[in-house]
Design a protein around this ligand. Structure first.
Ligand code: 5GP
Ligand code: ZN
Length: 126
């Protein structure tokens, strides 16, 4: 039997109680801006820029460190770019962010890409 992983981000159930899985299943409301059978994009409830969209795989993947499907990752990134075009921030520019784990500042244990735009971003990030 597999040894349980001690990291909290990886010990969650396969999506039953995961907040982003529940959004993907339509069980809790979100301002959805786009979706396809495999991915969803919805507005962040605590926006850090005029446009702040979260792009997720509908399948539960805890973090980038847990993402083993390179095809899915490629599709997710392409979907994020399509959402940025739809949101009309692709010409002015935007930032994509994936926070991973404790030091990365990840607070929701379901892989997501932040798509931020509508203002000039600063560097370095905090
Ligand atoms: P992280 O800190 O994991 O990179 O990003 C998680 C993001 O999810 C945060 O920006 C937070 O505001 C957002 N968030 C947390 N709970 C909810 C929710 O229930 N609905 C939506 N739309 N966003 C959420
Ligand atoms: Zn999930």
């Amino acid at each position: 039997m597999a040894k349980p992983n001690p990291l909290p981000l990886r010990t969650g159930p396969g999506g039953e109680a995961c907040i982003f899985c529940r959004i993907a299943r339509g069980e809790i409301p979100a301002k959805m801006v786009g979706q396809n059978p495999d991915m969803a994009a919805f507005r962040d409830t605590n926006p850090q820029a005029p446009t702040h969209v979260l792009v997720i795989p509908k399948k539960h993947v805890a973090s980038l460190d847990d993402a083993m499907d390179s095809g899915l990752l490629g599709q997710l990134l392409a979907f994020a770019a399509a959402i940025a075009r739809q949101e009309k921030i692709s010409k002015s520019g935007y930032r994509t962010v994936i926070n991973t784990g404790k030091d990365g500042g990840q607070s929701v244990g379901h892989l997501h890409i932040h798509v931020l735009g509508g203002r000039a971003m600063e560097w370095p990030p905090g």
